[in-house]
Design a protein. Structure first.
Length: 570
């Protein structure tokens, strides 16, 4: 076998300790110091708007929350909501002694307030029960460092410890085979649902690779609807709540949603406002019922797998399977009689905090990249969706280098409907080379170029959706500040998204800027990350890169992409 159970436990324990170490160092700091450093902020609750976003009034300071940043919202008892009462208490002690309730959340937007000393911050992701505690103009909520997913790792440790469970044993105790990956190609006009339920009806596990824009969520909704119609109990599990909600919004599930047959763990206020018929799984308890769909993140479903003695669901569909550690894929085998894994091993693997050198020294690479390990070493029936609805022919040809040149465009958009000289009217990548200072993560000339082209696009089509992406958080933070200042201190438009690449898998956008600063270039040119960054756009991906890129040892697939895009001498 490739790994012993001790190997799995050692990896998961190492990752757990890495998560704890970084978090503990932060939360043991005085809470007021964290506030002064921008790691904590406080806000007075105002209201929940029609979109389910909770609005808080926050005093202006140089340390405002970053747009799209994640936080733990903490409701503190009594007067302790006021930061002047915190004294020398650390953030952890403050929560331990005075926390009444908390909820994960993220900052959706920041805007001006009528009172010039304050601004308004829009917060998404608060649970329904948390919001019930809030009173207009009275409740002060403290927002601090987001809790790491420690329980998720502890659940996986419990799963790998038990060597007698056959379902997990078949995955964890595998023998390395090499590259068995040879999927059948599924074009857009092939009925994937019938193929799975008729041709592969005897299979325990089916693996589906979905390259960018190939309709993974649409096909998954079709499959789920058919299973519910056939009175099967179904669990869809994914890394993120966003992926679960995107599935739920698909038209194929509308009738089941309306009839109350779809329920979700940790249901939030904004999710309930957007989908009023979506049911809450009370207490996040596993309850498989015929004809019903349950939605749960890996965090929750891994806990079910670690506790249950019998397989509860007829079908488990794992979305974002390329974001699952191998023990999480093993956990899914404990939850369903049949398993559908949907992912893309050519996109980003799970984010771990364990140092890359440590992973390489212990050969834990295949534990981290669980979906890729399944694809290479297991003879499961497998498919690859080969038609992209997102990209133009030129875009698909460039991205196709990551998929053995087997990706075809069936997009209805084959021409860029903008009269802007900087763009390529055939779609796909636009290469923009610039002089950038070595080591500078915030090249102001690149910022200016991206901003000016953004303005040109929006002048022609104000509703165009634009993403500006980079590998580095510091770059993204400074870009957000740059755009906010250029919009006269207001929050820039909602149709502009500025974020790190690891936060946008699944995103579809009209135009995408990929900024590669002249620092640690190998990270920006890593194939899976590069593929995600350059495959979001319906029209053009504008890649802004330094002239020194020619001196880099560029990975073969990335080199082929840049060559197809028109870059010589790489």
């Amino acid at each position: 076998m490739k790994y012993t159970r001790k190997d799995y436990i050692n990896f998961l324990s190492t990752e757990l300790n890495a998560q704890i170490k970084g978090y503990e160092q932060l939360v043991k700091t005085k809470a007021v110091v964290l506030k002064d450093n921008g790691e904590v902020f406080v806000g007075i609750f105002q209201k929940v708007n029609e979109a389910g976003i909770a609005i808080f009034k926050v005093r202006n300071s140089e340390y405002m929350p970053r747009k799209n940043s994640f936080w733990s919202a903490v409701y503190l008892n009594g007067e302790m909501g006021k930061y002047k009462k915190w004294g020398d208490l650390s953030w952890s002690k403050l929560r331990e002694n005075f926390q009444r309730d908390f909820s994960d959340c993220f900052c959706a937007w920041i805007s001006k307030c009528e009172d010039s000393d304050f601004c308004l911050v829009g917060i998404k992701g608060l649970t329904i029960n948390f919001v019930k505690l809030l009173e207009f103009g009275k409740t002060i909520v403290a927002f601090g460092p987001k809790d790491p997913p420690l329980q998720y790792l502890l659940n996986l440790i419990e799963i790998v410890k038990d060597e007698n469970i056959q379902e997990t044993k078949s995955i964890l105790d595998y023998v390395e085979k090499g590259n068995l990956w040879n999927p059948c190609k599924i074009k857009a006009d092939i009925d994937l649902v019938s193929l799975i339920l008729d041709n592969y009806s005897e299979e325990k596990c089916i693996v589906i690779q979905g390259p960018p824009g190939t309709g993974k969520t649409y096909r998954m909704a079709q499959l789920t609807a058919r299973l519910l119609k056939d009175q099967k109990s179904v669990l869809v599990t994914a890394l993120t709540n966003q992926a679960l909600i995107e599935l739920t919004k698909k038209e194929d599930l509308a009738v089941f949603l309306k009839n109350g047959n779809v329920s979700k763990t940790s249901l939030t206020v904004d999710e309930k406002r957007e989908l009023p018929h979506l049911q809450d799984i009370e207490g996040n308890k596993c309850n498989a019922k015929s004809g019903y769909l349950s939605l749960a993140t890996f965090y929750i479903s891994s806990g079910w797998a670690s506790e249950l003695t019998e397989i509860p669901f007829d079908y488990v569909i794992m979305d974002e399977a390329s974001q699952a550690l191998l023990p999480m894929i093993a956990a899914s085998m404990r939850l369903g009689k049949k398993i559908i894994l949907i992912g893309d091993q050519k996109q980003l693997p799970p984010i771990v905090l364990t140092n890359e050198d440590i992973i390489n020294s212990f050969n834990w690479f295949d534990i981290v990249r669980g979906f890729n390990t399944i694809c290479c070493n297991f003879p499961f029936e497998s498919c690859m969706l080969s038609d992209t609805f997102r990209m133009t022919k030129r875009g698909a040809e460039c991205t196709g280098v990551f998929y053995n040149n087997e990706l075809q465009s069936v997009s209805k958009y084959q021409h860029v409907p903008y009269n802007i000289v900087d763009l390529n009217l055939k779609g796909g990548p636009v290469l923009t080379e610039m002089d950038m200072k070595i080591g500078d993560k915030n090249p102001i000339n690149a910022f200016e170029y991206i901003y000016n082209l953004t303005v040109k696009i929006l002048l022609e089509k104000p509703n165009a959706e634009i993403a500006i992406l980079s590998k580095f958080r510091e770059t993204v933070r400074e870009l957000q500040k740059f755009y906010t200042l250029r919009w006269n201190g207001n929050s820039y438009p909602e149709n502009i998204k500025i974020d790190t690449i690891d936060r946008v898998q699944g995103l579809t956008i009209h135009f995408c800027f990929f900024l590669i600063p002249n620092t640690s270039l190998r990270y920006s040119l890593e194939p899976e990350l590069f593929n995600v960054a350059t495959s979001r756009a319906v029209y053009n991906t504008i890649i802004v890169y330094p002239t020194t890129i020619y001196k880099e040892l560029i990975p073969e697939e990335v080199k082929n992409y840049l060559t197809k895009a028109g870059l010589d001498s790489v």
